[in-house]
Design a protein around this ligand. Sequence first.
Ligand SMILES: *Cc1c(COP(=O)(O)O)cnc(C)c1O
Length: 429
Amino acid sequence: MPEQSVFEPSLVFAQKLDQEDPLKEMRAQFAIPQTENNEPVIYFCGNSLGCMPLKAREYVQEELDQWQHEGVEGHFKGKHPWVNYHELFSEPLARLVCAKPSEVVAMNTLTVNLHLLMMSFYRPEGKRTKVLVEADAFPSDLYAVDSHVNLRGYDAAANVVKLAPRPGEFALRTDDILQTIEDLGDSLALVMLGGVNYYTGQVFEMKKITRAAKTAGAMVGWDLAHAIGNVPLYLNEWGVDFAVWCSYKYLNGGPGAVAGCFIHENHSSYTHTPRLAGWWGNEKTTRFQMADTFTPIPTAEGWQMSNPPILALAPLRASLELFETAGILPLRRKSERLTGFARTLLAELEAEGAFQIITPAQPAASGCQLSLLTGSNGKNLFKYLESHGVICDWREPNVIRIAPVPLYNTFEEVWRFAVLLREGWHRVR
Ligand SMILES: *Cc1c(COP(=O)(O)O)cnc(C)c1O
């Protein structure tokens, strides 16, 4: 961690970092929620629901206008005909995950996409029936995986293998994951992990894990809910079979925004890959001929089922434009500095026993998020922050998660947060 040592713990230094920040103009493109006194809150919750890009309103309005003026003709007329609307997202999403535009599609919501892609890529056969997951995965993922295993007639308790950290540790060790994959060998059908764990903020070594899973002959799927828009991803090059994500966290697509997924071209170009079919996945040239047999589009779009919810897609356009302007690598660079600065400022308080940071300390193993494991007065500390204009989040039983996001958070906010945390700690201890 080269830069952490050079951070000075002072407000003046924080302001200097903000002045020198090459991405400082981005914040003005977002609506930052305000306190009752009309001051912007310290919004450290972009890992849960990203702030609204100001242009989101205009883009939703455009589609309402289109509906008002064109009615059904809006599918084929206007600036962005609805029949092709989802295609606007392929290139920017592909750039965020380093894939080919034909390998990504914006559709549905995350858990739905996970189900659809497990239909395609969980193919238990003979000995090969097991799925490897994190014991501390987001619950929806565990429910989805268990239900697939059960639906295919296998016992989830015996076939869903859960990776847990070693006793007394919070993060999973890559070596342990690789060893488990090797041990499972030809009983392993699918490795289905989160790219970034939602609770600890740990970034997994996706490249190494993907390679190990492929070597074992298994399929690999990543849930990138907390990874996309947070850390650089190289899905095509890594040889990932599929990935899913939601768009309301770091992607700022709005509540319940249309999610996305990646399907490697080896599978998407092969039209016999098993799947659940719907008319929007059918070849575009023949879709409206209403034929009675399904001919899939030979790209990720071939997994679409329904015509997409245009009003729920529109805000994502605004956000992806900002990602295009900023670039994921400069964002990552700033993110490392923001969390590095936060770590420097929180180190003393951590040493005093106010909390333990359970997010791994190596910069490569953490993204925007820091998870603070608090003691018995943690909830009061969280309430103190809340009542002093900080929006972060509380995870049972006792973790405060903060996410300084490089698109709209500042070094000065990190400084002010650290001051409030210290005040709060003295108040509640
Ligand atoms: C946020 C999140 C979800 C949420 O799923 P939805 O289907 O969008 O409600 C699922 N999995 C992970 C890992 C998440 O972080």
